[in-house]
Design a binder for this molecule. Structure first.
Ligand code: AMP
Ligand code: FES
Ligand code: ZN
Length: 309
């Protein structure tokens, strides 16, 4: 089988686009999709200082690599969740990648900041690890970017992540969440920094193939806590449909975005203000992060900032 662009040997078939590529043309296709997302959605420009949220998995490392190669100014923020083995090997991959590319990585370690990893911390709070984890990560990404002059936070969410999130939001008709389902969330006066998802047009399979073909050394293991996450169920359901009818996943998410542009949902009525405990923006009395911290036992938890690794 020959590449549809240059007739070299095919290494990948992409059913949703009815395409087959050799290694070089696939890498070209992938990077073109990322560049297209960045320019079409006006995510950032060369003047921006981009904080890439890097977990050590394939998505965020692939994203970081594309941004570095394209010459953008980047640094990474990694959250060490304190999950034995998994967090150790994740942090190791991030630090090794940064060293290989001469880039800076900042690490926020939960065990240093709170003397607890995410598993123990969620146990104390009696809530699922993934929900506390999401609050902590989003908080640290925003706060670190604001305090250190980064103009944009970029995450490695891909098409599968976004389609699964959309399915979850639609199943419950969660309008507030649907409003935030965009590859770009602009900064606002209240203190949220701009957030972007440059891989939103690329499937999980394509990101894995790109990382593999580029020799990116990423942590293959999924977070052991994610086994109980509803997102996995939504992903499985979408994959089942995608298998029967290739292209459905991208149509589901990308058509939602098109419709949002043509006839947007009514804007949010949620008013934001500064959290009295930490100063970060929130729509509740105190922010989700401070609420979590106030419920932990022992002396008042300090709001820990990342340290330079
Ligand atoms: P997930 O929700 O695990 O699929 O992750 C989505 C994106 O969030 C990743 O692609 C990263 O950009 C970011 N992210 C997830 N976990 C971490 C982490 N521990 N440290 C830094 N960024 C993370
Ligand atoms: Fe958050 Fe696993 S608990 S990534
Ligand atoms: Zn707060």
């Amino acid at each position: 089988m020959r590449c549809q662009k240059c007739h070299q040997k095919v290494v990948i078939k992409i059913s949703r686009a009815n395409a087959k590529y050799c290694k070089a043309c696939f890498i070209g296709y992938f990077e073109h999709q990322v560049r297209r997302a960045i320019t079409k959605e006006r995510m950032f420009s060369p003047e921006d200082r981009i904080l890439v949220a890097v977990s050590g998995g394939k998505d965020s490392l692939a994203l970081w690599q594309v941004l570095i190669q394209a010459g953008y100014q980047t640094a990474a923020l990694h959250i060490d969740l304190g999950i034995e083995r998994y967090s150790e090997s994740s942090s190791e991959k991030v630090v090794q990648f940064a060293a290989r590319h001469g880039q800076k990585v900042y690490t926020h370690r939960l065990k240093e900041a709170h003397q607890l990893g995410i598993v123990e911390l969620s146990g104390e709070l009696d809530r699922p690890p993934c929900s506390a984890c999401g609050v902590i990560k989003r908080y640290q990404f925003n706060r670190f970017a604001m305090e250190n002059g980064y103009t944009v936070v970029a995450t490695g969410h891909n098409l599968d992540d976004e389609a699964a999130r959309l399915l979850g939001n639609v199943l419950r008709w969660q309008n507030e969440y649907l409003l935030k389902q965009s590859p770009v969330l602009e900064k606002n006066e209240e203190g949220f920094v701009k957030k972007v998802k440059p891989l939103y047009r690329l499937s999980e399979y394509e990101v894995a193939a790109y990382s593999f073909l580029n020799g990116i050394d990423y942590v293959v293991e999924e977070c052991p806590m994610s086994e109980s996450s509803p997102m996995l169920v939504y992903k499985k359901a979408l994959n089942l449909i995608e298998h029967q009818s290739p292209g459905t996943k991208q149509q589901f998410y990308l058509s939602f975005l098109d419709n949002q542009k043509k006839s947007p949902l009514p804007p949010s009525t949620m008013a934001l203000h500064s959290c009295p405990a930490c100063g970060q923006p929130t729509s509740s009395e105190v922010c989700g992060y401070c609420k979590i911290m106030s419920r932990l036992p022992g002396p008042a938890q300090k709001v820990g900032g990342p340290s330079l690794t």
